[in-house]
Design a binder for this molecule. Structure first.
Ligand SMILES: Nc1ncnc2c1ncn2[C@@H]1O[C@H](COP(=O)(O)OP(=O)(O)OP(=O)(O)O)[C@@H](O)[C@H]1O
Length: 261
């Protein structure tokens, strides 16, 4: 068991929006084809500074594929992704410090401990030793990792592995978080903790969050982007989405038996 100093606040400078006047996250006509199959087709939307946006869709709708294109991990077949105005195809290095990404099944080095993996991640990002140490302490506390800090990741439960992924996304104090199903596989207590964490991060960050859990959307998001079979079928506020029906009913109306409403 390791104990750490009090949580440190996210640095003010790092949480300031950029001055480009552009949305923080922007998908412009994104498509991804695997052979003839369109995993994502002509998806456009944007997330302004400070917004928490839910990214919804049934299994296989293309959420993870879109998120990978937004984060520069996957090249689009057509279209472009921008992060704080930086094109992810041509200017990814400039965007990297601004972006924290929790992939669906994040690449965790199983033989490492949370401490050694996160330290390695920080060094790879070029964080200076004193800053890295304070950020390690911050994410260990914030993601409730102190009890497993020096245990091999291979021995951790799915919930703790997810927290390590979240800690990696937060380590460098990015302005933008792209979180692919952050509560997937978590028990109700862990889900509650992660939701609280996202709510508190929402005060200073721009967040795009994919989830299957509709109550999560109403708990933390103000805006909804919904895709079905690779196509955008809704892009609007949460109140517009649920104006005339329950969330679940609206989700089914938009995704079952038809591509467009
Ligand atoms: N490398 C690949 N080669 C071929 N097809 C792929 C590849 N990656 C994804 N797909 C397909 O693209 C579609 C979209 O997949 P994606 O993982 O983006 O969906 P998703 O909305 O994230 O689904 P889930 O909610 O189940 O995670 C699926 O039909 C998937 O099988």
């Amino acid at each position: 068991m390791v104990t750490f100093a009090e949580n440190q606040p996210v640095s003010k400078a790092a949480s300031q929006p950029t001055t480009t006047g552009r949305p923080m996250i922007e998908a412009r006509g994104l498509s991804k084809f695997y052979g003839q199959f369109a995993a994502v087709r002509d998806v456009s939307f944007s997330v302004p500074v400070g917004q928490v946006c839910a990214f919804l869709g049934p299994n296989g709708a293309g959420k993870s594929t879109t998120m990978k294109m937004l984060t520069g991990y996957l090249a689009p077949t057509e279209g472009s992704a921008f992060l704080a105005g930086h094109c992810m195809e041509t200017d990814r290095l400039a965007a990297a410090p601004l972006l924290g990404y929790l992939p669906e099944n994040g690449p965790l080095y199983l033989e490492m401990t949370p401490e050694s993996m996160l330290r390695f991640a920080g060094q790879t990002r070029g964080m200076v030793a004193s800053l890295l140490q304070s950020r390690l302490e911050y994410v260990a506390n914030r993601c409730s990792l102190t009890s497993v800090w020096r245990k091999p990741i291979s021995k951790l439960s799915k919930g703790y592995r997810q927290r390590v992924g979240m800690a990696q996304a937060l380590l460098h104090d990015p302005q933008v978080l792209i979180l692919d199903e952050p509560t997937s596989g978590l028990d109700p207590n862990q889900t509650h903790d992660v939701r609280e964490l996202i709510l508190s991060l929402a005060k200073t960050k721009t967040i795009l969050l994919s989830t299957h859990i509709l109550t999560e959307v109403t708990a933390v998001c103000s805006h909804v982007v919904l895709i079905n079979e690779g196509r955008l079928v809704f892009n609007g506020s949460l109140s517009e989405m649920v104006a005339n029906a329950e969330m679940e009913t609206r989700f089914r109306q938009l995704t079952v038996g038809g591509r467009t409403p």
